[in-house]
Ligand binder design. Sequence first.
Ligand code: CA
Ligand code: CA
Length: 320
Amino acid sequence: MRLTFLFLLLISVSSMAQRTKTVKIILDTDFGNDCDDAAALAILHQLAYNGEAEILATVYPMNDDLGAAAIDAENTYYGKPNIPVGTYKGTYEYKGKHNDFYNSKLAALPNDLQSGKNAPDAVALYRKILSTQPDRSVTIVVVGPQRLLADLLQSKGDSLSPLDGTALVKKKVVQLVSMGTEYPKGNEWNIRICPDAAQYVEEHWPTPVVYSGFEIGKAIMTGERLITETPENSPVRLAFETNPQVDAKKNRHSWDQTAVLYAVRGVRDYWTLGTGFPQIAEDGKNSWVVSKGNRHYLIAKKSTAEMKKILEDMMVAPPK
Ligand SMILES: [Ca+2]
Ligand SMILES: [Ca+2]
């Protein structure tokens, strides 16, 4: 009797392990200012090849016309030229310079968008995609400033959905993963250049939020294998070759890749989760308050060498 029970238990555990749930992702990325965005999108494509992720859309929060074309070029390189790309059409003045370290180079690779002028408004695209998805099914990963998310929450019901933005997010989104803040305190770029949006999102976002803090990606240097293991037209390689912030070995911190990896795979044995919430000041500085709730931060568990291998294997993997 006991043996039968054990046998059944083993069968059910092994079928649970085999069952892979495809995570529906919208990636919100400030492509161009740092090369980790290009690497994060590459990783997301590899996770999509595995069946671990489905890329519903990619959106660009900056007010220039290069980013959307560069994102479309990388999606095209990975064989997915029709993934929708939305771009910011507003006039917010970010509190930090957004550099074009590689967007013009990537925008020159094959892509049919060519310019943000040909891309839909990103908030409208968010509303359109969310309105067509099953309830509580979409994970949003933001690896840039949170302008679009704050605008989405404050959007009104329209022909795409009668729900206002906050109600639409509450109905359709299961989780927000944010590369932002620093634990236990800091002055992280994505928050600092658009602090009012980050404050609004932290206070009003109606689902659980997991922050992959500055310290998580900072510890993991990746990129050096791109030079020897990928072709010259790889958009990820181009981004790392062009970005002046890489180190002598062409490595850069893995801020955005870690957020994407968590969004798709969860904690695994990579991380554990702390619970609390970030207090975000008007100037974007943050400190974390440890308490109960539905805001979390990643805590590193696996060694940085092991994390580097996991991330870099996917950064250099070819298109399928
Ligand atoms: Ca396209
Ligand atoms: Ca970024």
